[in-house]
Every structure is written in structure tokens, then in C-alpha cells.
Write a new protein. Structure first.
Length: 146
């Protein structure tokens, strides 16, 4: 009797520990209303902005190394976070500091081109994710590829 109960418990624990399948941005946005979509895009943009800094932390890095890396923000991270906030403000009717959509489209295009020039592992995918986020936030398909 002990073995079947132990086996059942182990199966339940193992099933609970399985990771969720990766979802693309399009899958995450599917079926969301405008408010949820805006919030999800803002969070996704800010997370993607931190990718260069997070990717530079070696696997197995100590807590001290991680804290040091988090304390000193890469200027590219700050620039993209600023762009994310300005793109997010486009959809906010009460925002004071709105910018022209065309200006933001050009800034996104420049940002994506700079990321594509990086010759480090993962930057091509990072540039593609950034471009997709810009297109979704600015409401134009292929807005940054012009």
C-alpha cells in the first residue's frame, strides 16, 4: 500500500512542476481587450528592454554579481525603457507628454537597426522581438521596417 501512494504522490508532484509551454506575443495578445492589450504590451516592452543586461549575466552567477549588474543599467536598456514609456503614452488620452507616432516609428526603426548590428548571441532574435513589440504598440504592421 505504501508504494502506490508514494508513486501517486511523486506523479502529482512531477506534474505540478512541469513548465508552461512558451507563448508568442501574438498568442498572449489573442482575445485581450484594449486595456489588457496595452498593459501586456507595456510590460513586454519593458521586459524586452532589459534583455541585453539580463543576457550578459553568466549562468551560475552569484547574488553579488547579479545585484551589481542590476544596479548599473546599460544605457541601451534605459533608452529602450524610455521609448516603451513614450509608446505606451500614445494610447493614454490623459498623457501629458505625447509624441508624434511618426517620430516613435523612426526611433523604433533606428533602435531595431542598432540591435541588428550587434554581433552577439541572441541579438538577432532580440531585434526581431523588439520590432514586433514596436509594431504592436504603434498599431502598424511592419512600421519599423520602413
Amino acid at each position: 500500500m505504501k508504494h502506490p501512494v508514494l508513486l501517486l504522490t511523486l506523479c502529482l508532484v512531477a506534474g505540478a512542476c512541469t513548465s508552461q509551454p512558451f507563448q508568442t506575443l501574438d498568442q498572449k495578445l489573442a482575445g485581450k481587450d484594449a486595456v489588457e492589450r496595452k498593459k501586456l504590451l507595456r510590460v513586454t516592452c519593458l521586459d524586452e528592454a532589459e534583455w541585453p543586461q539580463k543576457s550578459s549575466i553568466p549562468k551560475g552567477a552569484s547574488i553579488k554579481q547579479r545585484a551589481h549588474n542590476n544596479h548599473y543599467l546599460d544605457s541601451r536598456v534605459e533608452e529602450m525603457k524610455n521609448l516603451c514609456q513614450r509608446m505606451d503614452a500614445l494610447g493614454d488620452p490623459e498623457a501629458e507628454d505625447k509624441q508624434d507616432r511618426g517620430v516613435l516609428i523612426r526611433e523604433c526603426a533606428d533602435l531595431v537597426r542598432e540591435k541588428q548590428k550587434e554581433n552577439r548571441a541572441g541579438f538577432a532574435q532580440h531585434a526581431a522581438r523588439t520590432q514586433h513589440i514596436c509594431e504592436e504598440m504603434l498599431g502598424q504592421e511592419h512600421a519599423t521596417s520602413r
